[in-house]
Design a protein around this ligand. Structure first.
Ligand code: SF4
Length: 249
């Protein structure tokens, strides 16, 4: 049992702070929501589809039915944009269904949560897909729906997979396996073995940032404004659109 007064750390908090400390303040301290846009809305639809499919069916012929049921209409500028993204998602799901016919793993759970404590902190994570491979080892998967992989992406530097690898070992006692980021739109998967993760180094890094989250200093990181979903509402935004004045009609 983890004491109630332990403060919680998870990957989303850490990633948000690293992206921009001021964004962290707006989201996690002031409770402001980013809202959905086309790309994030489709991401939610795909995640929901795969969760429902792996939980209730695992028959690839059902995948499109789940997609149609889980597709979220919110976040689109207009009906044309909604249709454009619906079709993009449909293609992702159809390709996923083809690959499903050759999957040999056993799905053990989706959106599966781990929790463990370390040095007075509570660590929590939610895993998109957890499975057992034919050799008896375990596989943790995080889906990404991005249409491209950024040039500086390096799976070995992923704080998310590192935390998931530690969580699966510490909370569930599964020591053999790997953690992966699966770019479902691109059919690319990048993995690290659990044993490549140094618990002490990773948890120390999380706690170092965790201590900053407990402080009062949340400087804006304007380098990130162009990618930030709060760029139209944030007082520190340097994104040009934020400063366009609307003409009175
Ligand atoms: S708009 Fe820029 S400064 Fe404001 S929260 Fe986003 S990244 Fe930070």
């Amino acid at each position: 049992m983890i004491p109630n007064n332990y403060h919680e750390l998870n990957y989303s908090k850490i990633a948000t702070y690293l992206f921009c400390p001021f964004l962290y303040k707006m989201k996690y301290i002031e409770g402001k929501r980013e809202g959905l846009v086309a790309v994030t809305s489709l991401g939610v639809s795909i995640h929901r589809t795969l969760e429902e499919y792996h939980t209730y069916s695992n028959n690839p012929e059902d995948l499109l039915v789940y997609y149609n049921r889980c597709f979220l209409g919110a976040g689109y500028f207009n009906a044309a944009e909604q249709m454009e993204f619906y079709l993009k998602g449909k293609k992702i799901i159809e390709d996923y269904a083809k690959r499903e016919q050759y999957r040999e793993s056993e799905i053990l759970g989706c959106e599966k949560e781990f929790i463990f404590e370390h040095q007075g902190w509570k660590f929590r994570g939610k895993i998109d897909r957890f499975e057992k491979l034919p050799d008896g080892s375990y596989h943790v998967i995080d889906y990404k729906t991005d249409a491209r992989i950024s040039d500086d992406f390096d799976v070995h530097k992923s704080l998310q997979l590192a935390l998931y690898s530690i969580g699966v070992r510490r909370a569930w006692g599964k020591n053999q396996g790997k953690a992966s980021i699966y770019f479902v739109a691109l059919n690319k998967i990048f993995s690290i073995p659990f044993e490549d993760v140094n618990d002490d180094i990773i948890l120390e890094k999380y706690i170092e940032i965790g201590n900053k989250l407990e402080g009062t200093d949340f400087p804006p990181c304007t380098r990130s404004c162009a990618q930030c979903l709060m760029r139209m509402r944030c007082p520190h935004s340097i994104h040009p659109e934020r400063h366009i004045k609307f003409k009175k009609l």
